[in-house]
Design a protein around this ligand. Sequence first.
Ligand SMILES: Cc1cc2nc3c(=O)[nH]c(=O)nc-3n(C[C@H](O)[C@H](O)[C@H](O)COP(=O)(O)OP(=O)(O)OC[C@H]3O[C@@H](n4cnc5c(N)ncnc54)[C@H](O)[C@@H]3O)c2cc1C
Length: 507
Amino acid sequence: MANPHPPPVIVVGAGLAGLSAAYAALLAGAPSVRLLERAAKPGGNSIKASSGINGAPTRFQDVAKYGVDQSFWDDTVRSAGSRLQASVAEPIRNQRQGLISILTNRSASAIDFLADLGVDLSVVAQLGGHSKPRTHRGAGRTPPGAAIVTTLLAKLKEQGDRFELVTEAEVTKLLLLPAPHENSKAQPHPQAVVVTGVEYRLHNLDTTQTLHGPVVFAPGGFAGDTHGLLSLHRPDLAGLPSTNDPRPAAHTLLSAAGAKLVDMESVQVHPTGFVDPANPQAALKFLAPEMLRGEGGVLLYRGRRVVNELATREVVSRVIMALPPSAAADDEDHVGDRLRQWDVQLLLDPGTAEAAAGHVVFYLWKGLLRKKKVRELDEVTRETLREYARVVRGERADGLGRVAFGHWTLGVAGAGDIDEEAEVCVGSVTPIVHFTMGGAVFNERAQILSSELGEEEKPIQGLWGAGEITGGIHGDNRLGGSSLLECVVFGRIAGEQAAQSALKAGA
Ligand SMILES: Cc1cc2nc3c(=O)[nH]c(=O)nc-3n(C[C@H](O)[C@H](O)[C@H](O)COP(=O)(O)OP(=O)(O)OC[C@H]3O[C@@H](n4cnc5c(N)ncnc54)[C@H](O)[C@@H]3O)c2cc1C
């Protein structure tokens, strides 16, 4: 007999993965979707994404100039690095490559899906590690993460009663039952379970509730869980600030259902996050993008340069983190929560500041950069700048190996001293955690698995996952623009699968 009350699809987390899953589930005919979000507002870290979303080959790429883009898969495999080397066992490689195939093969359709909803993705840029321009964003001022999130939210709200977003609702547990055995003669897998719903706590009412239905789990990564999961898997990074919202990771909820985790030690660290002088101990920091160094900016520790500023992120971060960290804040109440950061100065000369003017104006307004006359700098710094000008003028090689100087102009004209009245921009920066590659082992149908990567797949029934919570796609290193993409590609798959499950339960 048909169930008169088919269950809702339950989506955990209202970032891009959760929103994509929710919308796809409704398009696939799910009777209803309940989206549970821990924070007061939806959007997660997705809403902050600023570079864009990858896709290839798409209608927005310039085929006349660059040819048809068929190298996305190769670029992604190259970026995954050692995790896909020939020496890695074939079943593991196959599973990783299968996920990459889904990601890249469905990227064009993900871009079409968003563009057809009305998101402007007409500008295509080339980011590091990509062999062609394929990172899409809009032509206006709205950053791509915000444009995509707000469009999807608006579309979801048009669905009326079929869709409900509950904010300040933190999922605390997956509800489990022992899995039924399809073949009564087969030996049951001792830990096999079915996920039947979730338990969640409403922060504003301080009550706990349960909800039954197929679950799409999309609570994001663990870069913002600096004293928790990050310190467990990367003790060397414990206490580092982050570009991600500070929040506890939800991975342990999956582990309790038997899910396996993979690549948890693969974490992207960015060498330069701004330390806000108004709140130096803030765990959440703005990125000081690489472009500021590329256009000419230098990094100083106690007035001296310590690294080739254009070396890879890993090298620059490693050199900074080998320096003595800055003194901890004098706050007895937060001894265990203290951040580990370094007191490095980012200095932009007038040429660099002009070349990066669009960004610099914003950082000056936020108080993250300050203007200073050269004569106001200490003597060690001024001597460093004189030495550096000699390097830029080509009179000597840089002892740290920098060979490109962007738009640096200070002390370059003439053979003399630096202009003491020139105005430079200075800000404090420190390494920050940006993205976590690792997460739950999952398959091409976005099912969360209780088997290790490369083993025979054991999907946990009733449970799908998408976004930064999942692992195995990016390997050692995620390509810029591919995390928004994984949210859309696997979010849509997870939503469709969960919708079918809800419909089956109602049949
Ligand atoms: C500053 C910045 C810039 C970036 N720029 C780009 C870019 O240009 N391109 C790109 O591809 N990637 C970019 N990234 C990375 C990308 O934004 C993220 O990896 C991606 O958006 C993660 O999406 P998600 O949906 O998995 O998680 P999130 O967007 O973080 O959403 C997860 C949501 O789940 C909620 N949640 C967590 N736990 C629970 C729980 N227990 N119960 C209920 N809800 C819960 C959270 O509150 C959150 O709202 C950037 C990241 C940052 C921080």
